[in-house]
Design a protein around this ligand. Structure first.
Ligand code: NAD
Length: 379
């Protein structure tokens, strides 16, 4: 299969490229190092040192064809789709931080315009150049918000005033970032309806971890963000514990979110690529389990005690976000299980691996220490 990965330099994109290469696919990738630049902009950096893209390519024997450019530029997308004529496009290349989108009007507009435009560019390029290509688009479980009912995969049966229909489940994203993903979802749904494009719209949970099978073998690590803007919650807590900082839980900590390891994220995307839809718009809720923030913090505390005999504190800060701190949460993830997904890495097994890897990178965590505490407020 020829696969074009947009966002190949990212946390998920690079390990996915290594997985697909290993399975014998032709891998093409695009990136403009937007995340590297924006993370530097908040005076942070990857806590685990990563190579330049040039070096990464060399380490992989230059088997990946890399295009430098901005996916929100239509000319660039048309050009690389023509050059690669892919069977599948995995679209990971978006502004991916909810806090970043909440900093100012400029940040909100940047997120909305870039993300919505990039998805539209891909839709049109596929329609015009390679209509049978499979678009695998990374959305977020955060698109749904936290409704007081179970969360299905994209659609549900509605009975209203004596009539019934099968409709999109309400999307109640809680940041401009999440709303940009909601817009992507509706654009993809429409593109399937009017042009029969093959779409897998992936509602992904929070990803954690430092390793995949390939990283275990070749030690070519992916980026690992720990700051309040780009670091996701479990990864950030793990970094705090390594430098003896209290784990900073936002609010009561009973917020529940869906999670999966980096290994599981790559595994799921690979399975989805191997199950292309036939002129169908398909939604996958891509996660392994859901946990409260308190549960995650306690797991890290326990592992720090067992591994390093540390007594890490857990602090509860006033929640910088506007979100429910206690709520019902019950999303399903049957669609991935139905095509063969089974959890690869349990959270209990993965946390010690993360702590060990971060402990070896303690110096860089200390270097970026001042970027961990929350400064970005939703209010
Ligand atoms: N990491 C998570 O926990 C998580 C959870 C849910 C959804 N997602 C989604 O998965 C996708 C990948 O996430 P990630 O964690 O690997 O993020 P990442 O920021 O590490 O990777 C995204 C990559 O895309 C590139 N990129 C961004 N905008 C671009 C543009 N306009 N043109 C070219 N390249 C561009 C970045 O430079 C980066 O290398 C994102 O869409 C994100 O919203 C991630």
């Amino acid at each position: 299969m020829k696969v074009l990965i947009l966002g190949i330099d990212g946390y998920i994109g690079f390990p996915l490229a290594m997985r697909l290469m290993g399975e014998g696919h032709d891998v093409y990738g695009a990136d403009n190092f937007y995340t590297r630049k924006r993370v530097r902009g908040v005076k942070s950096g990857s806590a685990i040192k990563i190579n330049s893209m040039k070096k990464r390519m060399e380490l992989l024997n230059n088997k990946i064809k890399f295009f430098y450019g901005d996916v929100s530029d239509p000319k660039f997308i048309y050009d690389i789709v023509k050059k690669s004529m892919p069977d599948a496009i995995v679209h990971l290349a978006e502004q991916r931080s909810a806090p970043y989108s909440m900093i100012s009007l400029k940040n909100a507009n940047e997120t909305l315009v870039k993300n919505i435009k990039s998805t539209m560019n891909i839709i049109y390029a596929v329609k015009d150049i390679k209509r049978d290509a499979h678009i695998v688009k990374l959305g977020s479980m955060g698109e749904y918000g936290t409704p007081n009912i179970d969360i299905p995969e994209g659609f549900f049966d509605v009975n209203y005033n004596g009539r019934s229909d099968y409709l999109p489940f309400p999307r109640m994203g809680q940041s401009w970032y999440h709303l940009s993903k909601v817009d992507d979802t509706y654009s993809l749904m429409l593109s399937n309806k009017i042009w029969n494009l093959n779409i897998s719209d992936v509602m992904q949970g929070v990803v954690y971890g430092t390793r995949t099978k390939e990283i275990n073998d070749n030690r070519i690590f992916s980026r690992f963000d720990i700051d309040e803007v780009y670091g996701t919650v479990l990864n950030r807590f793990a970094a705090q514990s390594v430098i003896d900082m209290p784990l900073t839980v936002y609010g009561k900590g009973e917020q529940k979110r869906a999670f999966l390891s980096l290994e599981d994220s790559v595994t799921c995307l690979n399975i989805i690529l191997n199950h292309p839809p036939e002129k169908e718009y398909r939604v996958y809720n891509q996660f392994d389990e859901y946990y409260s923030l308190n549960y995650i913090a306690n797991k890290i505390k326990e592992s720090s005690k067992t591994m390093f005999d540390k007594n890490i504190k857990i602090d509860h800060l006033k929640d910088p976000r506007v979100e429910m701190e206690e709520h019902y949460y019950n999303p399903v993830n049957d669609n991935l299980k139905n095509i063969g997904y089974r959890r690869v890495r349990k959270i209990e097994d993965e946390i010690p691996v993360i702590l060990k890897d971060l402990n070896e990178n303690k110096k860089s965590i200390i270097k970026y220490k001042n970027t961990i505490m929350p400064k970005t407020l939703w209010r």
